[in-house]
Write a protein that binds this ligand. Sequence first.
Ligand SMILES: Cc1cc2nc3c(=O)[nH]c(=O)nc-3n(C[C@H](O)[C@H](O)[C@H](O)COP(=O)(O)O)c2cc1C
Length: 413
Amino acid sequence: MDEHGESNQKILLGITGGIAAYKSAELVRRLQNQSCTVKVVMTAAAEKFIGALTFQALTGEPVYHDMYQSSGDAMEHIELARWADKIIIAPASANFIAKLTHGLADDLLSTLCLAAEVPIYVAPAMNQAMWKNPATQNNISILQQRGIHFLGPDQGQQACGETGPGRLLDPQEIAAQLLTSQQSTQLTTGQRLAGKTVLITAGPTKEAIDPVRFISNHSSGKMAYALAQQALQAGANVKLISGPTSLTPPAKAELHAVESALQMHSAVMQNIQDTDIFIACAAVADYRPATVAANKIKKQADHLSIEMLRNPDILTEVCALKPKPLCIGFAAETENLLENAQKKLNAKNADLIIANAVGKNKEGVSLGFNAENNHAYIISKDHCIDLGSHSKNQLAHQLINHIAEVYEKKHTS
Ligand SMILES: Cc1cc2nc3c(=O)[nH]c(=O)nc-3n(C[C@H](O)[C@H](O)[C@H](O)COP(=O)(O)O)c2cc1C
């Protein structure tokens, strides 16, 4: 990107056969808005979902699809691969991911990917079971090891009516992540955390009052699950210690499901030994009821007081370990955000604090707990970086890259 935030990149967009193919039209626009020149290659299956004419009109270029009926140059597959600065496949079908893994070259798109010497980005979109299938997951690991960058997928409600991971990442985010990765060549290295173990805490905790009641908070776990996904994509082994959420964990993360702060504390301490990077993203309850009633508390007096005890401070304990992993904490605040985050950094002796505001931004978008977006700052002893307000997936991508950079610096100095 130049100083105006613009890109001027030549992007070759490959579209494969899936329901999400219609979203590629928006991706073209998003990339053009960043001054990218876009050429489109479609598989035969993609053309069953959306007409080539749409992309021809949007790009003002012919749409490429047939290796043997080229629009002039007989070596179109090579020419296109050489023309592009970057190749993005969006949506990428499970079939295309498998073809890419095995180096098949039986149509124009797969052939030019095999001939490409530029970075290839893949934004998968498929049914959640297709995504979770070990065949797909193995293919993805192999491609990541080869340095192919995965953008998404997102999770949630799918076109088929099922819920889970496999939705195409929002086109705005695909474009943003492509452009973010241009800011630093380091960011394009797909496997920065290969061989490293990242332990992430996620979600809220539930502190029981009696068998049917508990004290908790609005944390959804979305930020932590997005971090887990991005850490996996960076090649890490990920342990996810999660309080109760409604999310599907990334298939390759080692999940430890817990309920209370005490359970989360003991799961972290049992798993911390081999951890290289600890990310304390969970909204752990500071206090728990001193006693848990054996039976449901009956309605009686007008007032009820519950005595509360301090829970262990997991981040402080991990930061005090010798040797300690790289420790990253989160500070969600409703006021004095940066000041409180700086205090937390010092009090806990953490390496980084990710500060995020809870509430609404100037445009009225909900931020923080149970929201889709976060406005985050990375705070360390020597800097405060404003990452701005983005979706949690996009922020997770930026955060994992920054964390990897800090880890690399710490271990090479
Ligand atoms: C209605 C329909 C929707 C489909 N959606 C997807 C999808 O979202 N993701 C996917 O991987 N495959 C999907 N498929 C299957 C692919 O179209 C099929 O595997 C095809 O061979 C992909 O070809 P390509 O990779 O050459 O584009 C769908 C098939 C149908 C009939």
